[in-house]
Design a protein around this ligand. Structure first.
Ligand code: PGA
Length: 251
C-alpha cells in the first residue's frame, strides 16, 4: 500500500457559477469507478454552488488559496476556516502563480499550510523550479529550499500533499520528461524523508500540462502519486481521461 493517489483539478480564475456546476456534475457522474481520489478546486465564487453539487459524494472540494489568519481585516481574502465551512477538504497553497503574481514566499506559504491544518484541511503545497533555475542546474537545491521553507514542522502525510510543478511546464504544453519528473519526485521524497522521517508516506503529485495523452506515462513513474491539473481540468472528458489513467492500487 503506497501513498493515496489523487487527481486534483485547479480551475484557476475560470468559470461562472452555472458552468462550474455543470462541470462538477459531469465530473461527479464519471467519478464512480475511478481508481484515484478526485478533487475540484473552483474559484472562490463558485465554491458554495459546487459544494451543493458534490454533496457527500466521492469528489472532494478544494480551495485554490487561503489566508494564514482565521478572521480579521483582510479585504478580499478567504480563510481556511471559511473553506472548511463551505465544504472544502483541501486547499492548494504556494502555487507558482501565487508565488509569482503575488510575491508569495516560502514563509507565507508555510503559514497558509499551517492555517489549512488548523482548519482541518489537507494542504496541497506546490513547489517547482523555473526554466532558468533548471538550466542553471539548481533544481534540486530550489526544491529543497522550497520544501524546507513551505512545509510546516510536524506535517504528516495524511494532511499534506506535495505538488511538483515545474514552472516552465505550467500551461505551456511542455511536460517534464519521464526522467526529469522521476528524478524530481525522488529528490522531493528524500527531502521529505529527512524532514519528517516518513517521506514514503506522502502523496507527491506532478503538475504542468498533464493531459489524458501523457497521464499514463506520468502515473507509471515511480514516486508519482497523481496530478494537479490546470487547463485539462476545465473539460470533464479530459479530466476524467486523466483520472482513468490512474493505476489500480490495493487499498
Ligand atoms: P496546467 O496547470 O495543467 O494548465 O499546466 C497546472 C497547474 O498550474 O496546476
Amino acid at each position: 500500500m503506497g501513498p493515496q493517489h489523487y487527481v486534483i483539478g485547479n480551475w484557476k480564475m475560470n468559470g461562472l457559477v452555472a458552468g462550474a456546476c455543470a462541470l462538477a456534475r459531469a465530473v461527479l457522474a464519471g467519478a464512480p469507478g475511478c481508481a484515484t481520489q478526485l478533487a475540484l478546486c473552483p474559484p472562490a465564487t463558485s465554491l458554495g454552488a459546487v459544494a451543493a453539487v458534490l454533496g457527500r459524494g466521492p469528489v472532494m472540494l478544494g480551495g485554490q488559496d487561503c489566508h494564514p489568519k482565521a478572521t480579521g481585516a483582510h479585504t478580499g481574502d478567504v480563510s481556511a476556516e471559511m473553506l472548511a465551512d463551505v465544504g472544502c477538504g483541501l486547499v492548494v497553497v504556494g502555487h507558482s502563480e501565487r508565488r509569482t503574481n503575488h510575491g508569495e514566499r516560502d514563509d507565507l506559504v508555510r503559514a497558509k499550510a499551517e492555517a489549512a491544518h488548523r482548519a482541518g484541511l489537507v494542504a496541497v503545497i506546490c513547489v517547482g523550479e523555473t526554466l532558468a533555475e533548471r538550466e542553471a542546474g539548481r533544481t534540486r537545491e530550489i526544491l529543497a529550499t522550497q520544501l524546507r521553507g513551505s512545509v510546516p514542522a510536524g506535517a504528516t502525510a495524511t494532511r499534506t500533499i506535495i505538488a511538483y510543478e515545474p514552472v516552465w511546464a505550467i500551461g505551456t504544453g511542455k511536460v517534464a520528461t519521464p526522467a526529469q519528473a522521476a528524478e524530481a519526485h525522488g529528490w522531493i521524497r528524500s527531502e521529505l524523508d529527512g524532514m519528517t522521517g516518513a517521506g514514503g508516506a506522502f502523496s507527491i503529485l506532478y503538475g504542468g500540462s498533464v493531459k489524458p495523452e501523457n497521464a499514463t506515462d506520468l502515473f507509471a513513474l515511480p514516486g508519482v502519486d497523481g496530478a494537479l491539473v490546470g487547463g485539462a481540468s476545465l473539460d470533464a472528458t479530459q479530466f476524467l481521461g486523466i483520472a482513468a489513467a490512474a493505476p489500480r492500487r490495493r487499498a
